[in-house]
Design a protein around this ligand. Structure first.
Ligand code: NAD
Length: 506
């Protein structure tokens, strides 16, 4: 509907009343970013097929005009080839995210942008929803299947991506033909409301998306209601495991993306400069409140020596309110979250780790009451320590050391979570070995936060995911649809059955 709306606006630009010799409107050319009237003396009438009335005239472009069009394409090509095809942003939603969630404006724009990519992907539903056919499965018999919507589906979202995660849910569900009940995180409902307004403006009929707010009661309502056929959940293990069990018990499909403890394995042959910058960005960006934050570094062999430089880089990050220019990371979501993160840092000291950089006492001028924690690095961490075992969800990087890649792989696979991981190396064989042996849903090779683009699916191994069909991509379409298979026989008249077929057809 949005595309139609946009194209109707374009129509009024390229299909206005003509200045050319008659009152019949002319179709303009679109050359080099401009809608221009052709200088041609050859025009073709356009007819309304229902009335045969002439409704417009289209030019046969002149040689000079066609040359100009091609030349313009040629000029534009190098930059366009180098540009992401999905580069659009919604600033208004981003501002609201910063206001409610705290992340920096630039990061909030990324939140919206990554969500809109899913909307773009959802627009390819016409091919994604194709069923299968098999003609002549036996004489006069054809077999085909449809993918059909489930009915009412629901989504329960976390606070940390106020736009992106709702956009993982309702656009995919709705393009499949489902209607949707969204329960945003009660802490950040604003972005969902703006998204709903945009959806309505783009022509979605009333009732196709409903938003309800609340906490446990709303969650229980969704899990129990017999008309809700499927639930998409993203959030903590505590809530996700509960929702998975309660929803499944009521016969619903449930997909639950949950907690994480993501490891960045640093090999000594890695590009040091890039690796340290990527580690610091992925550990402390969004104040560590990303399910894909690289919250654990494993320095392998000689890479252990890079620790002081890692600390130096983290020290240089600027902590400030998200709407302040130059802020690298903002506050945590609540005072309780700050307290929890500080307690986990304390536990590191008590259990024998070393705090190389301590963000607990940070004061941000003008925002003295904010929930700020500065970048914190804990080293000498062992897998048995609380700060390693718990998901911290704050700007805290815990650092482990190993002598070999094999030891690092063992640590990663022994951790209960399997959401994301990254290896930093310049050796292809090392990267391949790591990618194949780690039991983690999202693996980055020199990519610190490998959130899959929406034509793929966001996965998760072990405790990071419950369910069997993942978010977005083909899997998302499968989650929100069910198959109907039709076996159809059309016999010619002279092939009528002479007796009842009582044997299993073969
Ligand atoms: P949360 O579990 O506290 O809240 C998520 C949703 O569940 C909210 O809508 C909330 O109202 C509801 N909820 C909370 N506690 C509940 C309970 N006990 N029973 C029923 N419903 C409950 O999560 P959060 O703090 O908003 O988000 C942070 C968590 O989400 C982290 O663990 C993070 O790793 C995870 N997360 C995971 C992914 C992923 O894709 N794997 C993405 C983003 C966030």
């Amino acid at each position: 509907a949005r595309i139609l709306q946009v194209s109707s606006k374009v129509n009024s630009t390229w299909y206005p009343a003509s200045s050319f010799s008659s009152s019949v409107p002319t179709v303009k050319l679109f050359i080099d970013g401009k809608f221009v009237e052709s200088k041609s003396d050859k025009w073709i009438d356009i007819h309304n097929p229902a009335t045969n009335e002439v409704i417009g005239r289209v030019p046969q472009a002149t040689k000079a005009e066609m040359d100009a069009a091609v030349a313009s394409c040629k000029r534009a090509f190098p930059a366009w080839a180098d540009t992401s095809v999905l580069s659009r942003q919604q600033k208004e939603i981003a501002k609201l995210i910063t206001l409610e969630q705290g992340k920096t404006l630039a990061d909030a724009e990324g939140d919206v942008f990554r969500g809109l990519q899913v909307v773009e992907h959802a627009c390819s539903v016409t091919s994604l929803m194709l069923g299968e056919t098999m003609p002549s499965i036996t004489k006069d018999m054809d077999l085909y299947s449809y993918r059909l919507p489930l009915g009412v589906c629901a989504g329960i979202a976390p606070f940390n991506f106020p736009a992106m995660i709702p956009l993982w849910m309702f656009p995919m569900a709705m393009v499949c033909g489902n209607t949707f009940v969204l329960k945003p995180s009660e802490r950040v409902p604003g972005a969902s409301m703006l998204l709903a307004k945009l959806l309505q403006d783009s022509g979605a009929p009333d009732g196709t998306l409903n938003i309800l707010h609340g906490q446990h009661e709303a969650v229980n309502f969704i899990c129990d209601h017999p008309d809700i056929k499927a639930i998409s959940f993203v959030g903590s293990n505590q809530a996700g495991e509960y929702i998975f069990e309660r929803g499944s018990r009521h016969g619903k499909r449930v997909q639950a993306n949950m907690g994480a403890k993501n490891h960045g394995v640093v090999m000594p042959d890695a590009n040091k400069e890039n690796t340290l910058n990527q580690l610091v960005g992925a550990a402390f960006g969004a104040a560590g409140q990303r399910c894909m934050a690289l919250s654990t570094a494993i320095l392998v062999g000689e890479a252990k020596k890079w620790l002081p430089e890692l600390v130096e880089r983290a020290k240089n990050l600027r902590v400030n309110a998200g709407d302040q220019p130059g802020a690298d990371l903002g506050p945590l979501i609540t005072p309780q979250a700050k307290e929890r993160v500080c307690n986990l840092i304390d536990s590191g000291t008590k259990e024998g780790a070393s705090i190389l950089l301590d963000g607990r006492k940070i004061k941000v001028k003008g925002y003295e009451n904010g929930n700020f924690v500065g970048p914190t690095i804990i080293s000498n961490v062992k897998p048995t320590m609380t700060c390693y075992k718990e998901e911290i969800f704050g700007p805290v990087l815990v650092v482990l050391e190993t002598d070999t890649l094999d030891e690092a792989i063992k640590i990663v696979n022994d951790n209960p979570y399997g959401n994301g991981t990254a290896i930093f190396t310049t050796n292809g064989a090392t990267a391949r070995k790591y990618s194949h042996l780690v039991d983690v849903g999202q693996v980055g090779v020199n990519v610190p936060i490998p959130v899959p683009l929406p034509m793929f699916s966001f996965t998760g191994s072990r405790s990071s995911f419950r369910g069997d069909t993942n978010f977005y991509g083909k899997q998302g379409i499968h989650f929100y649809t069910q198959l109907k298979t039709i076996t159809s026989q059309w016999k010619e008249e002279d092939a009528t059955l002479s007796s009842p077929a009582v044997v299993m057809p073969t």
